[in-house]
Design a protein around this ligand. Sequence first.
Ligand code: TYM
Length: 334
Amino acid sequence: MPAPRVFSGIQPTADSFHLGNYLGALRQWVAFQETHDAFYCVVDLHAITVAHDPALLRRRTRVAAAQLFAAGLDPDRCTVFVQSHVAEHTALAWVLGCLTGFGEASRMTQFKDKAAKGGSSAASLGLFSYPVLQAADILLYQTQQVPVGEDQRQHLELSRDLAIRFNHRFGPTFTVPSPYIPGGVAKITDLQDPSAKMSKSSSAPQGIIDLLDDPDAIRRKIARAVTDPGSEIRADEAAKPGVTNLLRIYAALTGEQVAALEDRYRGAGYGAFKKDLAEVVTGALAPIRERAAKLIADEPALDAMLAHGAAKARPIARATMEQVSERIGFLPAV
Ligand code: TYM
């Protein structure tokens, strides 16, 4: 039996990934490379669905790739590549777009949020069809599981629907993918606003712990994180969302249970707890930051790693697209 296939993607839309990306997605990606045939993609095509600067995109795409390798992805055990390097992503997105209802795409909450933020007349067709391109990413690789955070659940549902619809109309072609959403850490919240997710595009800098933050910045941000009335260190989503988020981060990075942390910090006060948490976070992120800096410093080597990944991804994408073309009724190109 071949190892089951996983696929996931991440946008190069910031100078660093954040702790939500790491705990909600990246850590699972690293674990999956041991047990699965894993494909991970820096989705630069998705990054241009909102206004962008070309030089910045180039830099952020490399910085994104460097962080993936620094977090533990091994190019010999999984496939890491850049989306625009494999042309089939856009080819399949077109076909799937022709199977997607206008109303169906209009119901996507991330589109509604992003369009509302920029004013809906400023929203591009690309932003509207963003989830269709994401479905193409996933379906091209005959993916069984997609490790993502909670915010991607609706996009995954669309990917499943499109796979089922295509298979029904044109014959069995796509594996129907399942989301893999980790418990507890699938929604790490903003340190300044625990009702919102930690987000590259919408959190204030003090609300985000970046993977590439230096230890002083991490200590400062954790010290200033919003806590809740009272001084008890206890997980309670409704009454103590700020402390609950910090407890989850602590537990996820140390492998401890939240209940064990509640016991340990009973009566300790927020100050002592935050001080320890800052040490846990800086300890976990320092090696990633150091490895990423080395990788970013050698652009030719990094580009070669990405070329190697694209070369592994391309034949699989091509085989799926050939089958799709045949099923759809396109003439062979030869
Ligand atoms: P992106 O770049 O916004 O985020 C990358 C991954 O990080 C997760 N994540 C979080 N998890 C927990 N807490 C948070 N605060 C948090 N913020 C982000 C996201 O759920 C995601 O797993 N549309 C995708 C990129 C994409 C993709 C794909 C994903 C394109 N094609 C195919 C899977 C499969 C996105 O914007 O991720």
